[in-house]
Design a protein. Structure first.
Length: 203
């Protein structure tokens, strides 16, 4: 019985050996699209990678990204940043604090008519009042206090929230503006949370 199955096994193994990493990725996406169903805000298009995501998926296992590839990713995404037409980059830090606290949005059971949150505390420490926060991202305490609130700093913070890939290729930080997670006004509010001297981040 075993001897009869060996030729068939050899054919299967040969087929697997001939598959490239891209083949495996394509097959995995096909399987997910076949098994997952759209529900509420959870759409299947989130399984489709754009150029940046595809390049980051091809990153070596050791995480070392080619410098030219990284530079291309950052330039491409910096070009995608859209600043407010009126030039105003700072909103209401109080609203920004609510956005930072909220993890609502883009999940199947979220109300599509309600604004999404940033869930910033899942990855960052922002204020000394917080007892629980994530450590995947750097601490942002005293962010504005140490960097100031110049126009250049405001533009950097707004752009970083809008599209983090513009500054750190293959970052784990979501592209909140580019991917339509947060609105222009919400990004202004979170920018104010980080920079306003009265914000708990800077007190």
């Amino acid at each position: 019985m075993l001897q009869k199955s060996l030729p068939a096994l050899a054919v299967v193994l040969a087929g697997c050996a001939a598959m490239t990493q891209g083949d495996y990725r394509d097959r995995a996406v096909q399987m997910m699209k076949a098994d997952f169903n759209e529900r509420g805000q959870a759409k299947l298009d989130r399984l489709d990678q754009d150029e940046t995501q595809a390049q980051c998926s091809r990153k070596p296992a050791d995480g070392a990204l080619d410098k030219e590839v990284a530079a291309h990713i950052e330039k491409t995404n910096l070009d995608r940043v859209r600043y407010p037409a009126d030039g105003k980059l700072l909103g209401d830090w109080r609203a920004g604090e609510k956005i930072a606290q909220s993890g609502v949005g883009k999940q199947f059971n979220d109300n599509p008519k309600a604004p999404a949150g940033g869930n910033c505390y899942a990855c960052h420490e922002l204020s000394p009042q917080e007892l629980s926060y994530g450590t995947m991202g750097p601490s942002l305490r005293n962010f504005g206090k140490t960097r100031g609130t110049s126009e250049a700093v405001q533009k950097y913070v707004y752009a970083k929230i809008y599209n983090a890939e513009a500054f750190t290729a293959c970052t784990n930080m979501p592209r909140f503006g580019y991917k339509g997670i947060l609105t222009e006004e919400q990004i202004r509010d979170v920018t104010a949370l980080l920079l306003d001297p009265q914000s708990p981040v800077n007190r």
